[in-house]
Write a protein that binds this ligand. Structure first.
Ligand SMILES: [Zn+2]
Length: 158
């Protein structure tokens, strides 16, 4: 089972990033009206995630999220779709929802300045977004995200 493809509304940008972190196809409907969100979800076969009760009443394709806390929001999605992963996966770009692919160092040296190296080699695998080119690798940031997701999945705060 895979979770549905999502379309997060403007108020849920942070949730959209976390869902991308765990590998889920999540568009972010920044600046879209309710009508545009509904049309886009219909066309893209997506489920809208929203905090807008009025919008939630307009279509069965909408999932209402009550909480303003990111931990509660993530838990609400996983309660409804338990197949949603709770581990970071290098599959989706958190910036643009593009698909990540393994990246070979040296391909675009100008983008690699912040990639950590040890004795000239990278510490782990590097991935690149096929849409915007953003690079990703396992590091202190992903470790923090992993800890946070684990706490949320286990019911803790953070
Ligand atoms: Zn991207």
């Amino acid at each position: 089972m895979t979770p549905p493809r999502w379309l997060a509304d403007e108020m849920l940008g942070r949730l959209a990033r976390y869902l991308r972190f765990v590998g889920c196809d999540t568009e972010y409907g920044r600046g879209l009206s309710d009508d545009q969100l509904l049309r886009s979800a219909e066309e893209g076969d997506r489920v809208i995630l929203t905090r807008d009760r009025g919008l939630a009443l307009r279509s069965p394709r909408v999932f209402l999220i009550d909480s303003t806390a990111i931990s509660e929001q993530f838990r609400a999605v996983r309660a409804r779709w338990p197949e949603t992963p709770a581990e970071p996966r290098f599959e989706r770009c958190t910036e643009c929802n593009g698909v990540l692919a393994p990246y070979r160092l040296g391909t675009h040296p100008e983008r690699e300045t912040s990639v950590p190296r040890r004795e000239g080699r990278t510490v782990g695998n590097v991935f690149a977004c096929g849409s915007c080119g953003h690079l990703y690798w396992e590091g202190s940031h992903t470790a923090r995200v992993r800890e946070r997701l684990r706490a949320w999945a286990g019911g803790g705060p953070a």
